[in-house]
Every structure is written in C-alpha cells, then in structure tokens.
Design a binder for this molecule. Sequence first.
Ligand SMILES: C[S@@+](CC[C@H](N)C(=O)[O-])C[C@H]1O[C@@H](n2cnc3c(N)ncnc32)[C@H](O)[C@@H]1O
Length: 242
Amino acid sequence: MMDKNTNKMSEFMEKEYAKSLDFWNDWLGQEEENDENLNLDTAWYEIGSKVLAEAAAELATQKQVLDYGCGSGWASVIMVKRGCPHVTAVDVSENGVKAAIQYAETFHVKEQITFLPITTQWLKQQQPDSYDGFFCSNVLDVVPTPVCEAIIKSAANVCKKGAKVIIGLNPYFEQELIEKKGFEEREKNHLFYKDILRIVNHSDEEWTTILGTYFKVVELRHFHWDGEPDTVNRRIFVLEKE
Ligand SMILES: C[S@@+](CC[C@H](N)C(=O)[O-])C[C@H]1O[C@@H](n2cnc3c(N)ncnc32)[C@H](O)[C@@H]1O
C-alpha cells in the first residue's frame, strides 16, 4: 500500500517505487510448496544463513520488537522461538503479511506476533519510544533514498533509548559487477534489473554515515548466503538508539 509519499522524491522515482512495491507483493504472493518433511523443531532457524538467523535471534532478549518490512516473516518467527515475548511484524505488502501469518501459524508462534499491513506513512505516525528492538532486513536498500531516510528517522523515533537495532543489507555492487549482473543505474545509486528498482547501492562507509545519523553504529558484520561465494559481502549493521 503506497500513499502519496514522500519528501523530495522525483516523479520518475515515485512511479518506479510503486512498481517495485507491486513486484515485492507479487513475489510474496507466490504459493509456497507444502513441505511435508519440514522439521518444525529446526526449520524456522534454517533460513540459508546462520549469521543472519543469529542476528535476528539476538533481538530475542528484547521485550517489544518491530520487524519492519517483514516480508515472509522469517525473522519474527526466529525472535519469538528464541524467547522474545512480542513482535510486531509489518509490511506494505499485503501478500507479505498474509505469508507471514501463515508462516507463524506453521511454527505455532502466531499468538506472540501482531501482524499489520501498513501504508508507507505508518511508521512516522507511531508513538515515540514504543520498541526496545527494531529489525529491518533488505528493506532500506531496496527503496528510493528519500523513503529510506524517512524510515530511519521514524525508526529512531519509535525506538526507546538503548534499543537494539539490526539492519540487513545486500552487498555493495562495484561497477564491474553492476554490468556483469545486468543492472542499470537510472538515478544515482538506484539499480534496476529488468525494469524494476531492486537495489540502492551504498558502500559500507556510506551506510555507516546514513545509519550513524540517527543511531550509534555498534558493529558491522559481513555474511553470505549458503552456496554463495565467500567473496559476497552482505551486511548486517548492529545499532543502538542513544
Ligand atoms: C527484499 S524484501 C525483504 C523482506 C524481508 N524483510 C526479508 O528479509 O526477507 C523488501 C520488503 O520491503 C517491503 N517494503 C518496501 N517499502 C516499504 C516501506 N516503506 N515500509 C515497509 N515495508 C516496505 C516490501 O513490501 C518487501 O516485503
């Protein structure tokens, strides 16, 4: 659900962002195959990267966590399974929220998660100091820069002092890799693949500055998905609200 947004977004990017939201909504609406051999005791943790799963699990120590742009809801389920008493899982994709509800039902943790389909304006309308944990994986680097900035600013507002924040990000794409992978840069740092905005490309240093404007940067970790070469440097930022 996209509202008439967002500070300083070009008309072009406004249209492209709406298209990308449709893309994610379609993606998340794809039927998952029922896996009868799913091990309900372990499958919630086996997401394809132990480092990323463990980063989500670190927020299980917090009492009220917001999983912002939850997608299929995998992180919310890990947090609850590892002991977090309550997670709020929100996404602008209605299919994402539906998938997240189903995923939480599969692992019997639905009662500890509040699921909300939201608009892009929701976060800035929330009460300050509402959460002591904030999780956001592969959202900030798939949205146009003004949207990203607005999310980070509002995230800082809804986080209590001392809140722990985990941000997951795609790897940085060097120019050579951009060309090799068939991405096209249509606005500065905004990479399109097959006519859809897919990545907003920033280096580790740039993300440190962007996130450091509102949070203390505690740690930057690199990881890759199982099966990816270990030269792939996906990023996890661990932040704290000061
Ligand atoms: C690449 S997916 C990541 C989903 C999930 N966090 C994960 O790690 O698998 C990007 C998600 O961001 C959501 N999204 C895009 N713009 C958003 C916004 N302004 N507020 C909340 N969610 C947004 C999309 O609907 C989509 O579910």
